[in-house]
Design a protein around this ligand. Sequence first.
Ligand code: DC
Length: 222
Amino acid sequence: MASDTPMIVTLDGPAGVGKSTLAARLAGELGLAFLDTGAMFRAAAYTLGEGAWDWTQGILQQKLGDFDFSLRGSGKDTQLLLNGQPLPEAIRSEEAGRWASQLAVVPSVRAYMKMAQIFLGQTTALVAEGRDMGTVVFPGARHKFFLDADPDERARRRCLQLETQGKPADLSTIAASIRQRDDQDRNRSIAPLKPAPDAVVVDTTRLTEDEVLEKVLGLVRG
Ligand code: DC
C-alpha cells in the first residue's frame, strides 16, 4: 500500500459482538474517524423499505444512485451522513437489522456499498467495521481484526444495551434474531462473514469492553 494512503484498521464480526462500541473507542484513541458500514446497509434498507431485496438489479442501482454517504468529524464524534443528513435512530431496530441483512445479499447493493466505502477510505483515515472490511473492501488495510463471541453472550449484551436505553428487550427473541442473521451473513455467496487470512481473531466472550480495547490497541500500537 502506498504510504500516502490513509491508514485503515478493519474490524469485522457477527451481529452483537460489540464492533460499533469498539470502533468508536478505537477511533478516539487513534485519532481516526470510524465507519459503521452496518449503518450504511441499515440506512439503505430503512430508506428503500421492506421487500426492496426483491426489486430488479436495475431499479436498485437507480435508487442507490441517489444515495451519497459522507463522514463528518472523528473519534467518538464521527457522524455518518446520508445525503447530508444524520441517519435516523429507527435504523437501529432489530427489524431494520434483519432487512439490512436481507438487502446485503443482493449483488448490486454490495457493489454500491463497496464502492462507497472504498471512496470514503481513500480520503479519510478510518476504523472500518462490518462483515467484509478485511476480506473484500480493504484487503490491503494495515491492521485487521475479527471479533467473535458466543451467540448467547451476544444476545445477552444486546438485551442489556436495549434495557439501558429504556427499550423493550426479550432475550429469546433477540437470540433467535442473532442466529438468523449469523446464518444469513455467514452463508451468502458474495462477501460472506469470515475472518481475513491475515486478521487477528479476538474472542470477546469472556472479555470486558475495556479488555478488548486494550488488546486491540496494544496490537495496533505495538
Ligand atoms: O453491523 P450491523 O448489525 O449494523 O449490520 C446490519 C446488517 O448489514 C448485517 O446483518 C449484514 C449487513 N452488513 C453487511 O453485509 N456487510 C457489512 N460490511 C456490514 C453490514
